[in-house]
Write a protein that binds this ligand. Structure first.
Ligand code: ZN
Ligand code: ZN
Length: 340
């Protein structure tokens, strides 16, 4: 089969063997798979093994099941999330994404991912896609679940809310806050086209952090209180202190983006505001199911985030020309199988 593999520091199209499925595994035909910010980070990290197949934001169709697999229907569609043991301290605390025992995942360096025609998975990984949700939208459910998890890390979500950064996760956060009735929603993002999209998706205001007097605008838009909730989705280290400057007394900040560099802050800001600064990691099966349900109800649609629908062979070029350059918002690979 065809797959896109990591080789010599970049991606390339290759022919690889079709995955063999044991008695407890399932073979999915890939329909759509999104390119995630974490795929980009892994490629740039220098830590990926040669011939790794990335891709975890998948909507696929079941084409074969091992002989011991029950309750998985051939022909059904599913998205894929990592397994968890259900028994350990993290699982019992409702944080299955931290599970270290027997955890299996695709496309993040463990099992081969979905930038391929077929992918091997296990039944525990599968979350069924409702009939009314198309495969492109379904493939984006995990990106929305990541944003939903950031929102769920804050106890009582209320406005005014600030989303810093208008990439896919920032825009997904805007969509979800809007769906939840949070108001007003403010996005800060330097790229004009992303600000425009955010307004269409439910942001009440979209500001250019370099073009506006942000301190004054924050004061105006929040009637002098600052934001009750701030979501850092830009990955810019300096934004952590800005989030502290702009959060309200008693407010919450969730760092949704992954920032590997040191980010200087003045901790005294935490004292004077009793603000809570937290971060979020991954998401749960339940959050993915919730996003798929909202999609089925017509309340959530990820498709406006898609800027590039490409086939597998185009991915290495699109990575160089559209993703590395920051021009694409959401790139989604669509296979021949999805086109029927
Ligand atoms: Zn992802
Ligand atoms: Zn566990």
């Amino acid at each position: 089969m065809q797959a896109v593999v990591f080789r010599g520091g970049h991606l390339e199209l290759a022919t690889v063997p079709l995955p063999e499925i044991e008695s407890d595994a399932v073979l999915l035909e890939v329909l759509n798979v999104g390119f995630c910010g974490s795929d980009h980070s892994l490629i740039k990290s220098g830590g990926l093994a040669e011939d790794t197949i990335l891709g975890h934001e998948i909507c696929g169709r079941v084409v074969a099941c091992g002989k011991d697999v029950r309750d998985v229907a051939i022909g059904s569609r599913a998205i894929v999330r990592p397994t968890a043991c259900g028994q350990c301290r993290d699982c019992r605390a409702g944080r299955p994404y931290f599970c270290q025992s027997g955890r299996r995942s695709i496309g993040i360096g463990d099992m081969p991912g979905a930038f391929a025609e077929y992918v091997k998975v296990y039944p525990d990984m599968l979350i069924p896609v409702p009939h009314d949700v198309d495969s492109r939208n379904a493939a984006l459910a995990e990106a929305f679940a990541a944003a939903l998890h950031g929102i769920n890390c804050i106890d009582a979500i209320e406005g005014p809310a600030l989303v810093m950064g208008g990439g896919p996760i920032g825009l997904a956060t805007v969509c979800l806050l809007h769906l939840m009735g949070v108001s007003p929603i403010v996005l800060s993002e330097p790229v004009a086209s992303k600000r425009k999209l955010a307004r269409e998706l439910g942001a009440d205001f979209a500001l250019d952090p370099f073009g506006e007097e942000m301190g004054r605008r924050v004061f105006e838009l929040t009637a002098g209180t600052g934001f009750a909730a701030v979501f850092e989705c830009s990955g810019v280290p300096d934004n952590i202190q800005k989030a502290l400057d702009w959060v309200a007394r008693g407010g919450d900040i969730c760092v949704v983006s992954m920032i590997f560099a040191p980010a200087p802050i003045v901790p005294m800001t935490l004292n004077f505001k009793e603000a809570r600064l937290t971060g979020c990691y991954s998401n749960t099966h339940a959050e993915n199911r919730q996003c798929l349900d909202w999609m089925a109800e017509g309340r959530l649609d990820g498709r406006p985030l898609i800027t590039d629908v490409i086939d597998l062979a185009q991915l290495p070029t699109v990575l160089r020309e559209r993703i590395d350059t920051g021009q694409a918002i959401k790139v989604i690979v669509e296979t021949g199988a999805a086109r029927g």
